[in-house]
Ligand binder design. Structure first.
Ligand SMILES: [Zn+2]
Length: 489
């Protein structure tokens, strides 16, 4: 890592983001344009994300499986809006083993079709339902404008696919996964999210209803954190996914799909990071604490390192993820900056004087300088660290929520709306017309992020009140729902 200063977020947020990703060694560019190499530190973060989610998926009755990367071309064409949505982004394999293939194969952009094909074989009767499968994999979408983690040709994710006997059950599953993702976002990623329904224009290609979670990044723009789709019977009809009900009548299933990808790493960077670099929420951080031993002489080195290793063992025994920075020939200041760049939530500084006094210095990543430092006895250090990690986790969430609140406006008119989306979210009455949505997008570059499930989203209250009805912010026609608009990643 070079010790050059980062571009600040205020100077150029997008450049700041790129520098953090590269200098914290989360990811690197690949030889193929738009692809991403996830480096070990970035992958360790992703592994913690996957573990936290996988546990939640299993607790709600889902099991994992693996479906193939290659899909026969005609599968994609079976569901009309699906093919219309995905055709421009498909990577197609036309040759294999030196021969032109009889039927081209697509590299999965998502797996509804191949899983639909399998479900049609596996589901016979109502006893086979519900079928609740998830898979962890990577998919390819031929994106033209790419950014590390945020939008790459190949990205890593999970996709859940379920089949149900009734429409109500499919809707309940779709909504349940919104809750599961929300719980993950709040309690693991410390990212406050707004759950809502996508407009017709923004919903998934092939879905009846798409729900998403939307989060505000450090520049006021929105990022879609994940999605959950109620697919109705669209894929069941395209792939003949049917079951015999209790009366022996053949019925089409109702299916869902839901996914969360490595974009979430981008969200974590942009929600929590500061001008010194990354700040990772303790629950997901690859290292929750880094021990930085400080010494000059060989004698000091021996005692300091011995104490450092003892503390490491004590912390590890309490389930805390620890790194000891044993690099030599680098100043303490350089090493502090380096771990700040990488966002490790806590730093434990240990010098000869601390060893003599039986204490350590703990420095919080989220509170730079003196304010974030405390002097703690070595005795019982693991409990103190665990407590501080909890505090940091909560502080990060609260800070992000406060930031979002301050930048979310319920505009009284279109002029105020335009100003709101310059800096953050506009939560506005909308008549439901896709014409207004399109015009707003053209004129302000803000897209409709979602129609929040909680219509009384607490923001700066408008005179018309948070619920009930009002007038569309664009056309002034009567409106029954409020929608969230923002410029988005
Ligand atoms: Zn309107």
């Amino acid at each position: 890592m070079s010790d050059l200063k980062l571009t600040t977020r205020a100077e150029d947020f997008s450049e700041w983001y790129n520098q953090v990703v590269l200098r914290a060694e989360l990811a690197d560019y690949a030889p193929v344009r738009g692809c991403m190499i996830v480096r070990p530190y970035g992958w360790a973060l992703w592994e913690n994300i996957t573990a936290a989610l996988d546990k939640r998926f299993k607790a709600t009755g889902h099991v994992n499986a693996a479906f193939p990367l290659l899909i026969p071309r005609h599968f994609i064409e079976k569901e009309k809006s699906h093919v219309a949505g995905f055709s421009p982004e498909l990577a197609v394999v036309t040759h294999g083993g030196g021969e032109e293939l009889e039927e081209p194969l697509v590299i999965r952009p998502t797996s509804e079709t191949i899983i639909g094909h399998s479900y049609a074989k596996w589901i016979q009767s109502y006893r086979d339902l519900p079928l609740l499968i998830n898979q962890w994999n990577s998919v390819v979408r031929w994106e033209l404008r790419t950014r590390l983690f945020l939008r790459t040709l190949e990205f890593f994710w999970q996709e859940g696919h379920t089949a149900h006997a009734t429409s109500d059950e499919a809707e309940a599953e779709t909504r349940q996964m919104v809750d599961v993702y929300s719980d993950f976002a709040l309690n693991e990623a410390a990212v406050p999210v707004i759950a809502g329904r996508k407009s017709e224009a923004e919903k998934f290609a092939g879905a009846e209803i798409t729900y998403s979670l939307e989060a505000m990044m450090g520049d006021g723009k929105a990022l879609q954190f994940c999605t959950s789709h109620n697919l109705g019977q669209n894929f069941a009809k395209a792939f003949e996914i049917r079951y015999l009900d209790k009366n022996g009548i053949l019925q089409y299933c109702w299916t869902t799909s839901w996914g969360l990808s490595t974009r979430v790493v981008g969200a974590i960077i942009m929600v929590h990071g500061d001008d010194q670099g990354l700040i990772l929420p303790p629950r997901l951080a690859p290292y929750q604490i880094v021990i930085v031993p400080i010494f000059k002489t060989d004698e000091e080195k021996a005692t300091v390192l011995e104490t450092a290793q003892r503390l490491r063992r004590e912390l590890t025994a309490e389930g805390i993820r620890v790194k000891v920075d044993e690099r030599e020939g680098l100043s303490p200041g350089f090493r502090f900056n380096d771990w700040e760049m990488r966002g490790v939530p806590l730093r434990l500084e240990l010098g000869p004087k601390d060893v003599a006094k039986g204490s350590v210095v703990l420095a919080r990543r989220d509170r730079p300088g003196k304010e974030g430092k405390s002097f703690v006895p070595q005795q019982g250090v693991a409990a103190a660290v665990a407590r501080l990690l909890e505090e940091i986790q909560k502080a990060l969430h609260d800070r992000a929520l406060e930031f979002r609140r301050a930048r979310t406006i319920e505009p009284a008119d279109y002029a105020e709306f335009k100003r709101a989306v310059e800096k953050g979210f506009a939560f506005s009455w909308w008549c439901g017309s896709s014409g207004c949505e399109e015009k707003i997008k053209e004129e302000t570059r803000a897209t409709m992020r979602c129609i929040p499930l909680n219509q009384s989203l607490s923001t700066n209250p408008s005179p018309s009140g948070p619920t009930g009805s009002g007038r569309c912010v664009y056309c002034q026609e009567p409106a029954q729902e409020k929608a969230l608009f923002a410029r988005a990643y």
